[in-house]
Design a protein around this ligand. Structure first.
Ligand SMILES: *Cc1c(COP(=O)(O)O)cnc(C)c1O
Length: 441
């Protein structure tokens, strides 16, 4: 891959069209190669927006826990002619001609996913994490069934019973939560609710839980009440791939996950299960909830699974966690209070109330310094907090020393104190020293 660093942000308004001469002088883009030049010649307006967004990603600190930088190989595959191919169905059983080569592509993606996660079956077609959860429900449940999942305030995802989502409309969700004293999942409550409501399925998974769930405890509770165990591992699946988090596959009936968070692949989903449920899951994806597979994305998933099977990715996954721990300690030193007191994963949830700030104001101040993260609910009380993750910064090559620096910059941006310009400049300098797309393999 190219080792050309990203050029520094040119002095023009974000979204303004770059000139053809400037792009030609810059040469092939470190991530896009020559593909970008074709877009620029044909549609400068869109090219300007894409270039502006690429610069935004590279010149700030991307701390959104669900985001990452894919490799140039994954980006190239996403931009390949495989997007032209219609491929409804599965390898060897397609509804269209000309699928011989994309069949091989999907078989490789499936085989790599099975090997990576030790699963008997993998479906690599879900268009997103939400589509993967929808397929898991469609495979195992009927409308009106009762499902026990983490309550939304405590970290459940929209697909875990939000009234605004199909899940809350079609199923009867009961919510479990985390303990007020420890912030950890209250397994006694999970067991009590399971006994009381006799759900058809129990969902283990969260958008903000910074610790490893006890999959064995969930399995035992599910078995006791005769429920399926669905693990929505959208966040930790990348750590699982790198051996930096426990694998839910041996415990769950179905594991659904995203491919674009810590796992660092293209935007999409996967479903993993035992051979026993393979046909049910496949039919739930196509034709029940989706049409034609997106073969460019399936191919990019295969590339990402290949990357995730390397020692370099294992080292990366462990660095993500070490960085999250270092960043957590740095935030605590700035006076923020961490949910569960820290993290075992890539993810941190921080209460900014001790700084006499609300989360929305905090996010605004950080955005002004180009420090980008999410606001999320805190389990107890009415205040909201900040959710941060270290996957993207780690991909850029930052380590624990940089995390201590990021913690200081975050604290300074939150306090304001008239140092906004200086903090923004330091953020740009730090990000500029760790350009993305250079350190994947
Ligand atoms: C991110 C996430 C999803 C959904 O992924 P999308 O690709 O945004 O649809 C589902 N469940 C959990 C727990 C998540 O964190």
């Amino acid at each position: 891959m190219s080792a050309t660093p990203l050029t520094p942000a040119p002095a023009r308004a974000a979204g303004a069209a770059p000139t053809t001469e400037a792009a030609e002088q810059a040469g092939p883009h470190p991530a896009w190669g020559h593909g970008f030049e074709a877009l620029l010649r044909q549609d400068p307006e869109l090219a300007g927006l894409l270039l502006g967004e690429t610069e935004r990603q590279a010149t700030g600190l991307q701390l959104i826990a669900a985001e990452n930088f894919t490799s140039p190989a994954v980006l190239a595959t996403l931009g390949s002619p495989l997007t032209n191919k219609y491929a409804e169905g599965y390898p060897g059983a397609r509804h269209h001609g000309g699928c011989e080569l994309v069949d091989l592509v999907e078989r490789i993606a499936t085989d790599r996913a099975k090997t990576l996660f030790g699963a008997e079956h993998a479906n690599v077609q879900p268009h997103s994490g939400t589509a993967a959860v929808l397929a898991a429900y469609a495979a195992l449940l009927r409308p009106g069934d009762t499902v026990l999942a983490m309550g939304l305030r405590h970290g459940g995802h929209l697909t875990h019973g939000s009234p605004a989502n199909f899940s809350g409309r079609w199923f009867d969700f009961v919510g479990y939560g985390v303990r007020e004293d420890t912030g950890l999942i209250d397994y006694e409550q999970v067991r009590a609710l399971a006994r009381e409501h006799r759900p058809q399925a129990i969902v283990c998974g969260s958008i903000s839980y910074p610790r490893h769930p006890d999959y064995a405890a969930f399995r035992e509770i599910a078995d006791e009440v005769g429920a399926y165990l669905i693990v929505d591992a959208a966040h930790p699946i990348g750590l699982v791939a790198g051996g930096a988090a426990p694998n839910p596959v041996p415990y769950a009936d179905v594991v659904c996950a995203t491919t674009h968070k810590v796992l660092r692949g293209p935007r999409g989903g996967i479903v993993l299960c035992g051979a026993r449920l393979a046909e049910q899951v496949d039919r739930a994806v196509f034709p029940f909830t989706q049409g034609g597979a997106q073969m460019h994305t399936v191919a990019a998933k295969a590339v990402a699974f290949g990357e995730a099977a390397t020692p370099a990715f294992t080292a990366y996954a462990h660095r993500v966690v070490a960085n999250a721990r270092a960043l957590g300690a740095a935030l605590a030193a700035q006076g923020l209070v961490l949910a569960t007191g820290g993290t075992d994963t890539h993810l941190l949830v921080a209460d900014v109330a001790p700084l006499a700030l609300d989360a929305a104001t905090a996010r605004r101040r950080l955005a002004a310094a180009a420090i980008v993260l999410d606001v999320c609910g805190l389990a107890h009380g009415t205040a909201r907090g900040l959710r941060l993750g270290t996957a993207a910064l780690t991909t850029q090559g930052m380590g624990e020393a940089e995390m201590r620096h990021v913690g200081m910059l975050l604290g300074a941006a939150l306090r304001g104190e008239g140092r906004e310009g200086q903090v923004r400049a330091e953020v740009a300098d730090l990000a500029g020293r760790f350009p993305p797309y250079r350190s994947h393999m």
